[in-house]
Design a protein around this ligand. Structure first.
Ligand SMILES: [Zn+2]
Length: 443
């Protein structure tokens, strides 16, 4: 009931947007199918809609974490090459937060596609054996399975095994920054969006494993449980359970209804001329709405009266100390307009007219930036390009310089801003039904 309620309102909203935005047929088709079938497979944001997590198998199911882990241990004891078991296993290696990837050229055109570099359990065992490491079941973290396949997927961190890099490189597989893959992902390609979501989930789990080696309560070592889906203190006296970490962040587009303007800001780390939404971490004992109001006030001196939920996005590409942020997006309507920027937090914040922001959206070459990033991944997998410059990936411009631009479709900020830009000026909350602050139907 909750899911239907959520999707029905957002699908109507997006359907309306798709007409105004003249989105590609593919995207529009998805919107239309949702409006009639209430499909739960809609992927509005990068890193959401992980296809390996659409259903959680029951504990007795051979694809469940517990059962799959038992089968995995059996396979690791024997030669996996000699066993024909069900389910089979595929492993995604990570190195320093970077998933293994490869590229291919699309059939019938020259489109470059990136793919996750899944390897078999036998190959994983072999690569590690060549580094003098014996693969154990506890090194592998369960990612899930697809209902239509006889496969269970796992991730492994091979950051300490240097010899795997040239070995995999000889097969045109390389470890690529997740941010680079994010920019290289074609937003209209459901397969690529699904792979990005899998990589994001896997990175979040592995980063959390690497930073929760010891119990925060008694200091003893922690051990993986439930195929790596949680951990537990190894002390018999303590046995504290530890769960993967999620850090919620509010991100808001502050709107001046009266003058039809939105507040955009610049952080010091942004590439030149990029403007985006305000954002900030939620503090303990605070509601989402309170966090939106407090952060807006602290960073810009603007008071907000109404807060309306828009959508949320997992964000596993932050620092490794925060393995997965959850960006919770809002429209926030201002009741005071004078800006007083906190220079410790922000470089600048300014009101921008709808026309100016629309121009920035139109000018930016998001598709070109995506193709450039995909070419970069291809060059890296072929061993041509070694360096990985994240900030350059965010630069969506080429040629003539625009006064400003906003982040690409991989970021929730893009969707908050474009939702506001393309909604009717007379309708302050767009096509969404207006929800009062704190309503449970959308949360
Ligand atoms: Zn403990």
């Amino acid at each position: 009931m909750f899911k239907l309620s959520l999707l029905s309102s957002s699908s109507l909203h997006l359907l309306s947007l798709s007409k105004k935005l003249a989105l590609p047929n593919f995207t529009r088709k998805i919107f239309c199918s949702i409006s009639t079938t209430m499909s739960i497979n809609f992927q509005p944001h990068a890193f959401a809609g992980n296809p390996l997590r659409s259903k959680t198998p029951k504990p007795s199911d051979p694809f469940s974490p517990t059962q799959a882990y038992e089968t995995l241990k059996t396979q690791l004891l024997d030669n996996p090459h000699l066993l024909s078991s069900s389910p089979s296993f595929k492993v995604l290696p990570f190195r320093k937060g970077r998933p293994l990837a490869s590229t291919s050229v699309g059939i019938g055109d020259s489109t470059l596609n990136w793919h996750l570099g899944w390897i078999s359990l036998a190959d994983c065992k072999g690569f590690l054996a060549n580094s003098g490491v014996q693969l154990s079941g506890d090194s592998l973290v369960y990612l899930g399975s697809r209902p239509e396949e006889d496969v269970v997927y796992w991730a492994i961190d091979v950051s300490k095994e240097d010899s795997v890099v040239p070995e995999l490189g000889s097969k045109q597989l390389c470890f690529v920054e997740l941010r680079t893959l994010m920019v290289a992902t074609d937003w209209a390609d459901a397969r690529a969006m699904g792979e990005l979501a899998i990589a994001g989930h896997a990175r979040a789990l592995l980063e959390w494993h690497s930073m929760s080696l010891f119990c925060g309560h008694c200091g003893e070592k922690t051990v993986p449980k439930e195929a790596g889906r949680r951990k537990q203190c190894s002390s018999e006296l303590c046995k504290k359970r530890v769960y993967p970490r999620v850090d919620p962040v509010v991100i808001m587009l502050v709107i001046d209804r009266e003058n039809d303007r939105a507040l955009l800001s610049r952080q010091f780390r942004f590439v030149p001329r990029m403007w985006s939404c305000l954002a900030g971490f939620i503090e303990p004992g605070e509601s989402l709405e309170e966090a939106v109001k407090r952060e807006t006030w602290e960073e810009t001196g603007i008071e907000v009266e109404e807060v309306v939920y828009h959508s949320s996005q997992p964000w596993p590409v932050g620092p490794s100390s925060m393995p997965c942020q959850l960006m919770v997006g809002f429209f926030a309507y201002a009741k005071s307009l004078e800006i007083n920027v906190d220079k410790e937090e922000l470089e600048d914040a300014q009101w921008h007219s709808r026309e100016d922001v629309k121009r920035a959206l139109t000018f930016a070459e998001y598709k070109k930036a995506q193709k450039t990033a995909a070419e970069k991944v291809d060059q890296m997998c072929k061993g041509v390009e070694k360096g990985q410059n994240f900030s350059a990936d965010f630069n969506v411009e080429s040629g003539e310089l625009a006064p400003m631009f906003i982040p690409g479709p991989f970021a929730i900020a893009h969707h908050l801003i474009s939702s506001w830009v393309y909604q009717d000026a007379s309708d302050t909350v767009g096509a969404r039904p207006k929800q009062p602050c704190g309503s449970t139907s959308n949360l």
